[in-house]
Design a protein around this ligand. Structure first.
Ligand code: C5P
Length: 287
C-alpha cells in the first residue's frame, strides 16, 4: 500500500499560555501543502521493519514505530508490517513531517489490516503520538488547531495558494523552542486571537495576501531566533527582497512566502536567486 504523507504549514501560531502538563495552549491555523513524503506498507508476519535512506530520520524512536507499538497495545492488532519511507519533508523544520508520517501510517494500517478503527479512535491514538498528528488524520486541508494543537476544526478553503519554503540549516528542537517562549503580558484571550486568525483566513480565501499577513503571526519566532540568531538575519534579508511578509512555520526554522499563483511564486524564486539567495527553496502549493 502506497501512502502520501503531506507536510503542513502553520500560517499563524499563537501561544496563549503554558499549561500544568508542560504543553502550551495554542490557537493555530494549519494548512496542508503539496511537499510530501511517501510511505509504502507491506504486510509481514510480525513486528515492524522501517527502512529510510535519509540520514536524519530517527530509526529507533521514530513516530511510525511508536504508532505501531500503540496499535499493538491499544487495539486487537497483532500482525506485522514493513515500511519504506521516502523522505522529502525537511526533518525538524516545523513542517510536521514526522507527525504526518504517523498519521498516514495509522490511516494506512487501518485500511490494510481492516482494523475497523473509527476516525475518533484514530485521532485519539494520534494525539498520544504528537500534537500535530490529529490534523493529518482529520484529512483537512485548512483547519484551526486549539488545545495543544490536537483539537482540530476544519475550515472550508477552496483557493489554491502557492508557497516558497526557505530552509535554514539544521532542524530545531520543538521542545526547546517552546521552552524558550516568553509569555506576553497581558495574556492574549482565545476569543480575540481566534477572531484574528479567522479574519486572516477569510482574507486568504479572497486572495488578499497582504491584508491576511497582518494577522498571521507566529509567537515562536522570537524564541527560535534567540536559539538561532542567523534566522533573524535571514528574516531581515528576506524582507529586503520585498516579496511580501516572510512567515515561520511551527517551531521553525522553515520560513515561507505566500503567493496567489505559480507564476508569482516562480518570479519571486528568480528574484531570490538573483539577490544571491543560495539556500534550498521549495516551491509547493495547498494540497
Ligand atoms: O506534541 P509534540 O510531541 O509534537 O511536542 C513536542 C514538544 O513540544 C513537547 O514535548 C512540548 O515540549 C512542546 N509543545 C508544547 N506545546 C504544544 C506542543 C508542543 O509545549 N502545544
Amino acid at each position: 500500500m502506497r501512502l502520501e504523507s503531506p507536510a503542513k504549514l502553520n500560517l499563524a501560531l499563537h501561544v496563549l499560555r503554558k499549561r500544568k502538563d508542560g504543553y502550551h495552549e495554542l490557537c493555530t491555523l494549519f494548512h496542508r501543502i503539496s511537499l510530501r513524503d511517501t510511505l509504502c506498507l507491506q504486510k509481514r508476519r510480525s513486528g515492524i521493519r522501517l527502512s529510510c535512506f535519509h540520514p536524519k530520520v530517527p530509526k529507533k524512536n521514530n513516530l511510525v514505530v511508536r504508532a505501531f507499538e500503540l496499535l499493538k497495545t491499544e487495539t486487537q492488532f497483532s500482525g506485522g508490517v514493513s515500511v519504506r519511507l521516502i523522505k522529502r519533508i525537511p526533518v525538524g523544520g516545523g513542517l510536521g513531517g514526522g507527525s504526518s508520517n504517523a498519521g498516514a501510517f495509522l490511516l494506512g494500517m487501518n485500511r490494510l489490516f481492516r482494523l475497523g478503527l473509527s476516525q475518533s479512535k484514530l485521532v485519539k491514538l494520534g494525539a498520544r503520538l504528537g500534537s500535530d498528528v490529529p490534523f493529518f488524520i482529520s484529512g483537512a486541508r485548512h483547519a484551526l488547531g486549539e488545545g495543544r494543537g490536537e483539537k482540530v476544526r476544519p475550515v472550508t478553503f477552496r483557493r489554491r495558494l502557492w508557497f516558497l519554503l526557505i530552509r535554514s540549516g539544521r532542524g530545531l528542537s520543538t521542545r526547546r523552542v517552546y521552552q524558550g517562549f516568553r509569555p506576553k503580558s497581558p495574556r492574549a484571550s482565545l476569543t480575540r486571537v481566534e477572531h484574528g486568525v479567522k479574519i486572516a483566513s477569510t482574507f486568504l480565501a479572497k486572495g488578499k495576501v497582504a491584508q491576511a499577513s497582518e494577522f498571521l503571526q507566529n509567537d515562536l519566532v522570537e524564541s527560535a531566533e534567540r536559539m538561532r540568531p542567523s534566522l533573524m538575519r535571514m528574516r531581515a534579508q528576506l524582507s529586503d527582497t520585498q516579496l511580501g511578509t516572510c512567515h515561520m512555520s511551527g517551531s521553525g526554522p522553515t520560513q515561507f512566502f505566500i503567493f496567489l499563483s505559480r507564476k508569482q511564486a516562480l518570479q519571486a524564486l528568480q528574484k531570490l536567486r538573483r539577490s544571491g539567495f543560495s539556500r534550498s527553496i521549495f516551491l509547493c502549493h495547498s494540497f
